[in-house]
Design a protein around this ligand. Structure first.
Ligand SMILES: O=C(O)c1ccccc1NCC(=O)[C@H](O)[C@H](O)COP(=O)(O)O
Length: 260
């Protein structure tokens, strides 16, 4: 069983528990009662040049504990002040030590869009993301059928949320396109052995039409990486560990933007 299977299996258990606290009907009712979102995440990625999605992540399956102290609100404010275009907030509790509260508080504090970075396995999680203040959710091709990608994309459209549809290989990128994805994230991390190769973005970029926003995820460490990804046509980079480990996040983001 891959780590993704385990993450998806546990997400299904979490949804069952969450539904005991608030029913699907009630969660949906509350989400639909909120003002429709303005697809602000998608808009943020449409600006000319490279957009930066900066991640708040305490731990991960591949790296274990990354940030023992995790002043998530300060980190989010630093990202915003440093010129991040959007913030990715991990809410998965077991392997990433994330919490829904992190997203709720960050989204209420910053004015840039927030992505709920979690392992969406049920439409309940999309309505929940809206109630937590997210502007976008992650849909992973490896754990969702094409039909689910399409259905969940429609729910996002109804709520005004953006869907970042994640692909790891050619077959998944084509599946995302068939399902109507408007933003495709290519993960450079091989989730079987955790190796990272940003060339994965180059391989898949060619398959994805220019009108579909292209996000390169994972393993971005230097300004040179960012420059290379921009040259290969990425609209945005999603950066976690490099920023989380940086003492001075403003300086690190400036460095990453520097060579553009
Ligand atoms: O990072 C992991 O170990 C991981 C394992 C299994 C599923 C997902 C995983 N990471 C999620 C991410 O997509 C990254 O947090 C994100 O792309 C940022 O990556 P990085 O800049 O390398 O921290």
């Amino acid at each position: 069983m891959t780590i993704l299977d385990q993450l998806a299996g546990y997400a299904k258990e979490r949804v069952l528990e969450a539904k005991k606290k608030m029913s699907f009907e009630e969660m949906r009712r509350q989400a639909l009662g909120l003002p429709k979102g303005s697809f602000s995440f998608e808009q943020a990625l449409k600006k000319p040049g490279m957009s930066f999605i900066c991640e708040c992540k305490k731990a991960s399956p591949s790296k274990g504990l990354i940030a023992p102290d995790f002043p998530y609100l300060i980190i989010a404010e630093e990202y915003e002040a440093a010129g991040a275009d959007a913030i990715s907030v991990l809410t998965e509790p077991k392997w990433f030590l994330g919490k829904d509260e992190y997203l709720k508080e960050i989204a209420a504090t910053v004015s840039i869009p927030c992505l709920r970075k979690d392992f969406t396995v049920d439409e309940y999680m999309i309505y929940e993301a809206k109630c937590l203040g997210a502007s976008a959710v992650l849909l992973i091709c490896a754990i969702l059928s094409e039909e689910q990608l399409r259905e969940y994309g429609n729910i996002c459209d109804e709520l005004g949320l953006s869907a970042l549809v994640e692909a790891h290989d050619e077959a998944e990128a084509l599946k995302a396109l068939r399902a109507g994805a408007r933003i495709i994230g290519v993960n450079n991390r091989n989730l079987k052995d955790f190796t990272v190769d940003t060339e994965n973005s180059r391989r898949l970029r060619e398959l994805i039409p220019p009108e579909v926003l292209f996000v390169s995820e994972s393993g971005v460490k230097t300004g040179e990486d960012v420059k290379r990804l921009r040259e290969m046509g990425a609209n945005a980079v999603l950066i976690g560990e490099t920023l989380m480990r940086a003492e001075d996040k403003k300086k690190k983001l400036a460095e990453l933007k520097g060579s553009l």
